[in-house]
Design a protein around this ligand. Structure first.
Ligand code: UT7
Length: 334
């Protein structure tokens, strides 16, 4: 028997109902639709409204959608891994809450924190449980309520982010479909380029941290932009070279959705035309760990068994990486 790989066998999603438009944002801060569209490619983003609802609320709904679509019994799921930078609480983990709310009572669950690369880190981790033969069904969720850490008086960050969750099911495959390879990187020296200063053990919440507005995203947008373009392109090209893939061999680039200009630059370096780039940043904005699985959800119907996908991300930390996936089913049946 050949090597066991972790095939993606289904995708689910949850998007909050409320849609925040560029026009509404321009009534909150000094910005406008023309600037946001030309600098980021974002038109709208979804925002989760309501008291006491966090990332697990969206994550559980994405998992329930996935279970409904695939007809999988929640009790048969062995592991739930949630990638998030906006957990409901420090503990218990958001994955734990999602597993409970979605009825995956037999699964063990935990979170992965790797910012915008979180989904790739979690997918790679989940695939290892399948490849090792210790788990038969693993659910990997990307869930982020970015509106909970965005400063809606800061025009340099507030247009960029949105809230969403999406999930994939991983199952064993003996025919070479699924997660083929991942190249992942971290560089903690980038910590001050994109971070949230307080709320952790370094600066626990206090009157001072709240007054100083240290519980929201801080960044050097320029530095992050430059690093994202070079690192995401380099690692994607490295993945293609490692597997002798040319631009025409790749059915879709599935890029993290931080800025349309970063996506375009990455695709150009890979020799991939824009029609082979999954894009939903215009509707969703940057939903951090949820960008890549929401793209898979949106494009699922166009995917065919055997399609080569390159998933690529860059995010705070810094963290970045690329994952090569051979798609395992015809999306039209989904
Ligand atoms: O997901 C993790 C990874 N995230 C990313 O990779 C995002 C990386 N960064 C970016 O996408 C871009 O750097 C931004 C979209 C954040 C900013 O785009 P930019 O082209 O680098 O703009 P900028 O910061 O250089 O600002 C250009 C001008 C400035 O005005 P002056 O100094 O030239 O007069 C800003 O004050 O645009 C101004 N500006 C705005 N104007 C209208 C900044 N934000 C806004 C705004 N509306 N929302």
């Amino acid at each position: 028997m050949g090597k066991i790989t972790a095939a993606i066998t289904g995708v689910g999603q949850y998007l909050p109902e409320y849609i925040l438009t560029n026009d509404e944002l321009s009534q909150m801060v000094d910005t406008n639709d023309e600037w946001i569209m030309s600098h980021t490619g974002i038109k709208t983003r979804h925002i989760l409204k309501g008291e006491g609802v966090g990332s697990s609320y969206m994550g559980a709904r994405a998992v329930i959608n996935l279970l409904d679509k695939t007809g999988i019994d929640p009790m048969s799921v062995d592991v739930v891994i949630c990638a998030t930078v906006t957990p409901d609480m420090f503990f218990p983990s958001t994955g734990n809450l999602i597993a409970d709310q979605a009825g995956c009572k037999n699964a063990f669950a935990f979170d992965v924190s790797a910012a915008c690369s979180g989904f790739l880190f979690a997918l790679t981790t989940g695939a290892k449980f399948i490849e090792a033969g210790t788990s038969k069904r693993v659910i990997v969720v990307g869930a982020d309520k970015m509106s909970s850490i965005v400063d809606y008086t800061d025009r340099s960050t507030c247009p960029l982010f949105g809230d969403a969750a999406a999930a994939v099911l991983l199952e064993a495959n003996a025919d070479g479909y699924g997660v083929i390879d991942s190249i992942l990187h971290s560089d903690g020296s980038g910590e001050m380029q994109l971070y949230m200063k307080a709320g952790g053990s370094r600066y626990p919440a206090s009157v001072e941290t709240v007054q100083n507005n240290w519980h929201t995203i801080m960044w050097d947008g320029h530095a992050v932009f430059k690093a994202a373009v070079s690192k995401m392109s380099d690692v994607s090209v490295e993945m293609m070279e490692r597997h002798n893939l040319k631009g025409e061999d790749v059915r879709f680039l599935v890029p993290h959705q931080a800025n349309l200009r970063i996506i375009d630059a990455t695709a150009r370096r890979m020799g991939i035309t824009q029609d082979k780039c999954m894009i939903n940043i215009d509707r969703n904005g940057n939903t951090t760990a949820a960008t890549i699985p929401t793209c898979l959800f949106d494009y699922e119907k166009e995917l065919r068994k055997g399609d080569n996908l390159i998933l690529a991300a860059f995010g705070g930390g810094y963290t970045w990486g690329a994952t090569y996936v051979k798609w395992a089913y015809d999306g039209e049946k989904a």
